[in-house]
Design a protein around this ligand. Structure first.
Ligand code: APR
Length: 323
């Protein structure tokens, strides 16, 4: 629990600030507290909203007899000395909108948020969630001026989880045995990789019909839009929040898990100075290393396609920011 004034600095536990206390931010706060992964500062632009959610979560933790702390605030001073800052501030998609439609609205938001947050947590690792993801991650990195390993976008874990869920549903088997891999940009051009997707080590290409795999790949690409179409007033949040929590845990516990994330590429996959979804090890310093895996010519061409789209949108975003 916490007082409403600030998080206790005695008995300091890992501290995560979540900027944007909307669907994803508030769900993430709940997961981090329930699993005792970190104390949480929940910040939003709307006055009273994060404070109310924090109070509700304090009361929920009292039900569980859980002493993790949470503070709701509109003041960045309360986020001071965060180990990790998660940026979920911005607008989600509504039906018919692509993630790129969010470009203009969300670019300014993430730049403002990044500036305000780093001023109080100069050593934090930043996890970016706001869409269009790879573009926003780049803008945050450029705004912060920190080493690129400290800025990571959340996408690949979510996309791979969708792929895994659809394989499990199709085969009627446990999702526990399935490992899928999705690279590239978080959007229609994402690259689900069936030959790197396995059921206990056996590639799904040896188990499933190619037609079925193609359908699942397509459903994975549209996984976010499928949910937007159903919810109508917003986008997915349970699976995104769960995916962020896995990244947070790997960083705070220095687990060095190999997770697909939007990471900075420096002479990797033949690319430079861009954020794209690739497998990387996440530990206490953020991205410990990006893993380069073998891609076929067709897969490499798809990755370059993603890169070009992301670069184009970074340029557009910068032009809009300059206006
Ligand atoms: N500073 C702080 N909070 C902000 C700001 C800002 N400048 N601008 C908006 N917010 C807050 C909103 O008040 C809202 O509470 O961000 C929150 C966003 O929450 P939701 O609208 O519920 O959106 P959510 O579903 O959580 O998605 C957030 O993540 O996956 C992406 O596409 C998604 O870009 C969207 C983001």
């Amino acid at each position: 629990m916490t007082s409403s004034a600030s998080l206790s600095s005695s008995n300091r536990f890992s501290r995560i600030s979540i900027i944007g206390a909307g669907h994803i931010g508030s769900t993430l706060a709940q997961i981090l507290l329930e699993k005792s992964i970190a104390d949480v500062v929940l910040l939003d632009i709307i006055s009273g909203w994060p404070q109310g959610l924090a109070l509700d979560l304090i009361e929920a933790m009292a039900v569980y007899r859980n002493d993790r702390q949470i503070l709701g605030t509109n003041d960045y001073a309360d986020t001071a000395d965060s180990d990790i800052v998660v940026i979920t501030a911005g607008q989600p998609r509504t039906p018919g909108m692509s993630r790129d439609d969010l470009l203009k609205i969300n670019s300014k938001t993430v730049v403002d948020v990044a500036k305000a947050a780093i001023a109080h947590s100069p050593n934090a690792i930043f996890i970016v969630v706001t869409n269009p993801l790879d573009v926003m991650t780049y803008l945050v990195w450029e705004t912060l001026g920190v080493p690129p390993e400290r800025v990571i976008g959340m996408a690949g874990i979510l996309d791979a989880a969708r792929f895994q869920a659809f394989i499990a549903i199709e085969l009627g088997i446990s999702v526990a045995d399935i490992n899928a891999l999705v690279l590239g940009s978080h959007g229609d051009l994402m690259i689900p990789l069936p030959r790197y997707s396995t059921i206990n080590g056996i590639p799904i290409t040896e188990i499933m019909d190619q037609n079925i795999i193609s359908k699942i790949v397509e459903r994975t690409r549209n996984g976010g839009a499928e949910i937007v179409q159903l919810i109508k007033t917003g986008s997915a949040y349970y699976a995104p929040a769960a995916s962020i929590s896995v990244m947070v845990e790997s960083i705070l516990k220095n687990q060095n898990r190999l997770l697909p994330c939007s990471a900075y590429l420096h002479q990797k996959y033949g690319l430079d100075k861009i954020f794209l979804g690739v497998p990387c090890w996440l530990g206490s310093q953020g991205v410990r290393e990006v893993l380069e895996i073998d891609l076929t010519d067709a897969e490499q061409a798809q990755l370059i396609n993603c890169e070009q789209k992301v670069r184009q949108n970074i340029k557009r975003a910068k032009e809009m920011l300059a206006m």
